[in-house]
Design a protein around this ligand. Structure first.
Ligand SMILES: [Zn+2]
Length: 259
């Protein structure tokens, strides 16, 4: 499997071969540039795509063949979150909210309501900084632990799941996840709900990609999230899909002896 460790080992071996070739024959700047570009591209791709499991293993989908999916929300709580919980309640559906610690601290009543309604709460860092990809391991550990403490204070429960901001991973984030004992979570269906303005297109995009064991990524911050969520649940149910929290989907992944 292509991982960060394997890639670094391969890069060292190739670099030594280039050095030997340069000494015995001749030095080629083109070869060196190609080498740097090639390995940098792999590292960048591994960082940008969490489902690649390059730096750390993330739960992005269940291997179940049952028509079960999870709906997950990032970047809350926001002004939309209360209404999102109401829509989930209307359909008797449980989802998972990856919340930002700073916002959870400011709106504990929303987290309480979500928890009381049986929704699962995950950790999405404390600050959700645009620079979190450049943070040291210690700083990321602080962000995770601070948010876990805030959530424990509100819900009384230990938070075990963490979704890195923007789904970006790197060696420091991987080390922080390991050190805090969190389960990293990604997704298998990206709605692009924060970038695509047309709700119908977002809806079609999700329904086209959905599959047994899918983890669907939505955001509390999306302007039309209430319409999208309502229609998405209706369509998924019409297609025979059950919607469960991430912990249920993860358990299905571990227990694959399904009937
Ligand atoms: Zn986010």
């Amino acid at each position: 499997m292509l991982t960060y460790r394997n890639t670094v080992i391969a890069a060292i071996i190739v670099f030594i071969l280039i050095l030997v070739y340069s000494v015995v024959f001749s030095f080629s700047i083109i070869t060196l540039i190609f080498f740097i570009l090639f390995f940098s591209s792999i590292l960048a791709y591994g960082s940008a795509f969490i489902g690649f499991n390059f730096y750390t293993k993330s739960f992005c989908k269940s291997k179940t063949k049952l028509k079960v999916v999870s709906i997950t929300f990032d970047d809350g709580p926001t002004d939309n979150t209360n209404s999102i919980i109401d829509i989930l309640d209307k359909h008797n559906v449980k989802a998972t909210f990856f919340v930002v610690g700073d916002q959870a601290e400011s709106s504990p009543e929303i987290i309480e309501k979500a928890c009381k309604n049986g929704q699962l709460i995950g950790n999405h860092s404390f600050s959700h900084s645009n620079y979190s990809g450049f943070y040291s391991t210690n700083k990321i550990v602080d962000e995770i632990e601070h948010t876990n403490a805030i959530l424990k204070n509100i819900t009384g429960k230990d938070c075990k799941i963490f979704r890195p901001p923007f789904g970006v991973t790197n060696p420091n984030i991987a080390r922080a996840i390991k050190r805090t004992g969190m389960q990293s979570v990604g997704w298998s269906v990206r709605s692009l709900d924060t970038t695509i303005k047309d709700s119908q297109i977002v809806l079609k995009r999700v329904l086209r990609q959905v599959h047994p064991g899918a983890v669907i990524l939505l955001h509390d911050t999306t302007p039309n999230i209430l319409f999208i969520l309502d229609k998405l649940i209706e369509n998924l149910k019409e297609s025979g899909y059950k919607i469960e929290r991430l912990d249920v989907l993860m358990a299905l992944n571990l227990n694959r002896r399904e009937k």
